[in-house]
Design a protein around this ligand. Structure first.
Ligand code: PGA
Length: 249
C-alpha cells in the first residue's frame, strides 16, 4: 500500500457473536490491541450485537463499528429490515454493501447494491462495497469484466465516489482457505483503482478479502494497491483478529 492511504483492517463477523459474546470479544480484543493512529479498525457485528459492541468499545475512537447490510429505504413496511439511518443512530459508522453472501444467498442484484450504496451515503455512513468474481467466472477469463460491471453500477448511482471504500473479495477465496495470490490480488486492485480514478480523484481505499489470516496479512498489505483487509473467519476470534491488527502496514 502507498503512504497516502491509511490501512484499514475490517472484521466481518457474519452471523457470529450474540450480545454477551460480543462483550467478551471486545474485552479480550481491546486488552490485546493498543490504540494505533496509523490504522483504522472496523468491526461489523450482527446488528443485534451492535449496541453491546458500542458500549464496550466506548471511547476507543480507533475502533469503529458497522452493520453488515441495510435496506435502501429509510423507513417503511419492510419486515425484518433496518435502514441506514437507523444504523447511524445506533452507533454504526460503516455498512457493508453487496457482500457476496448477500448477492448469492439473498439474491441481491447490482441494482440493489447501487441503491443501498446511495442510501448508506445519504445517511452519513461509509459504505464498504464488496465486489468479486466466482471461480467459474475467473476460469472463464471474465473476472475483470464481472468486477468492472459490479463497480460501474455503483459509480453511476453515486454523485460523489470519494466517500466509498471498496472491498475486492473473490468469491472462491471466501471461507475456503484459498487466498488469491498477492500478484493476482494486486492486478485486480490496480484495475479497480484505474476504474475508480475515472470517477474520482480521491484516494479511495481498496481492501482485499477472502481467507485473510494473521500469516498472510503482511504479504497482502505489502502490495501497492491493497489498502487493507476485510476479514471473515479470522475476525471472530479476538486473538487472531488482534494478531492481524498488529501487522506492520
Ligand atoms: P473469510 O471471509 O475471511 O472467512 O474468507 C471474508 C468475507 O466474507 O468477508
Amino acid at each position: 500500500m502507498t503512504a497516502l492511504r491509511t490501512p484499514v483492517i475490517a472484521g466481518n463477523w457474519k452471523m457470529h457473536h450474540d450480545p454477551a459474546s460480543t462483550r467478551l470479544f471486545f474485552e479480550r480484543f481491546l486488552a490485546l490491541h493498543a490504540p494505533r493512529t496509523d490504522l483504522t479498525v472496523i468491526v461489523f457485528p450482527p446488528t443485534i450485537s451492535l449496541e453491546a459492541a458500542r458500549l464496550v468499545v466506548g471511547e476507543r475512537a480507533d475502533v469503529q463499528l458497522g452493520v453488515q447490510n441495510v435496506h435502501w429505504e429509510s423507513a417503511g413496511a419492510f419486515t425484518g429490515e433496518i435502514s441506514a439511518d437507523m444504523a447511524m443512530a445506533a452507533g454504526a459508522r460503516y455498512s457493508l454493501v453487496g457482500h457476496s453472501e448477500r448477492r448469492q444467498l439473498f439474491g441481491e442484484t447490482d441494482a440493489d447494491v447501487a441503491r443501498k450504496t446511495r442510501a448508506v451515503l445519504a445517511a452519513g455512513l461509509t459504505p464498504v462495497v464488496c465486489v468479486g468474481e466466482t471461480l467459474e467466472e475467473r476460469r472463464a477469463g471474465r473476472a475483470n469484466d464481472v468486477v468492472d460491471r459490479q463497480l460501474s453500477q455503483v459509480l453511476e448511482a453515486v454523485l460523489d465516489a470519494s466517500g466509498l471504500v471498496i472491498a475486492y473479495e473473490p468469491v472462491w477465496a471466501i471461507g475456503t482457505g484459498e487466498t488469491a495470490s498477492p500478484d493476482d490480488a494486486q492486478a485486480m486492485h490496480a484495475s479497480i483503482r484505474a476504474q475508480l480514478a475515472s470517477a474520482s480523484n480521491a484516494a479511495i481505499p481498496i481492501l482485499y478479502g477472502g481467507s485473510v489470516k494473521p500469516q498472510n496479512t503482511a504479504t497482502l498489505l505489502a502490495q501497492r494497491d491493497i489498502d487493507g483487509v476485510l476479514v471473515g473467519g479470522a475476525s471472530v476470534d479476538p486473538q487472531s483478529f488482534a494478531a492481524i491488527c498488529a501487522t506492520d502496514a
